[in-house]
Design a protein around this ligand. Structure first.
Ligand code: ZN
Length: 246
């Protein structure tokens, strides 16, 4: 079976009491975490999941609400649940450096100490293709940061395909990257307010007829999206939502 569980569906501000970005993709052979917001350990455990189950983490970009939790995953595997197999962290250029900078900023006394498990890194760019666990991961660049690379992912596993936008401004490329997939998890931070480099619901509504994925799920929801949910016919993500893909 292949499933996607929403762990965190809020924007950077914990809107409506939800966790920041995190999605767990369970495939027949493994467990891939898509983004890891700062409270990812609590978000996993709230869903009765053990962090040790995670085989790989895919980071869309290196903003705190998407990768802050990697430091706590490392800490978990050092102390709370010692890990006897590698953890793979996949992300845009600079991921390895930023993860260690973050970890050492939060836990200065861990500086210079070897980790008791193997932490592997894989950095991807626009148009990248990599095999991660039993999934084929394609990365595409999205317009979210001015110079640093922000990525979206198309992940195929067990005969299903999921596109995850990460954080992005609206671009017609999202239609192309999600075409033919079973599920498109698309960021939609505001309803109609313009926040630079994020999607508004008005963008989704204006392009609704052009989406071609089996299911569209809007996420990274800010307070405005929660407040106006009654006006939105599309599906909004919630922490704990579990979708069976196959
Ligand atoms: Zn974000």
């Amino acid at each position: 079976m292949t499933t996607l569980t929403c762990l965190g569906t809020s924007d950077a501000f914990g809107s409506a009491g939800r966790h920041c970005a995190g999605y767990l993709l369970d495939t027949p052979q493994g467990c891939i975490l898509l983004d890891a917001g700062p409270s990812v350990l609590g978000a996993l455990k709230a869903q009765q999941r053990r962090p040790i189950e995670v085989d790989a983490v895919l980071l869309s970009h290196l903003h705190g609400d998407h990768f802050g939790g990697v430091a706590f995953l490392i800490l978990e595997f050092c102390y709370e649940a010692p890990r006897d197999r590698p953890l793979l962290v996949v992300g845009p250029p600079g991921t390895e450096r930023r993860v260690f900078e973050l970890y050492h900023a939060l836990y200065d006394d861990m500086r210079g100490k070897a980790l008791p498990f193997e932490l592997r890194f894989l950095e991807m760019v626009d148009g990248g293709v990599q095999d991660v666990v039993d999934a084929r991961v394609e990365s595409f660049r999205v317009p979210h940061q001015e110079t640093a690379v922000s990525l979206g992912f198309r992940v195929r596993a067990n005969g299903t395909a999921v596109t995850y936008s990460g954080d992005t401004a609206w671009t017609p490329d999202l239609l192309r990257h999600s075409r033919g997939t079973d599920l498109f998890v698309c960021e939609c931070t505001t309803f109609d307010s313009h926040v630079p480099r994020h999607v508004r619901y008005l963008d989704i509504a204006a392009n609704r007829h052009s989406f071609d994925s089996g299911r569209l799920l809007l996420t990274h929801l800010g307070r405005e999206m929660r407040a106006r949910s009654g006006e939105i016919p599309d599906e909004l993500a919630n922490d704990g939502l579990k979708i069976t893909l196959k």
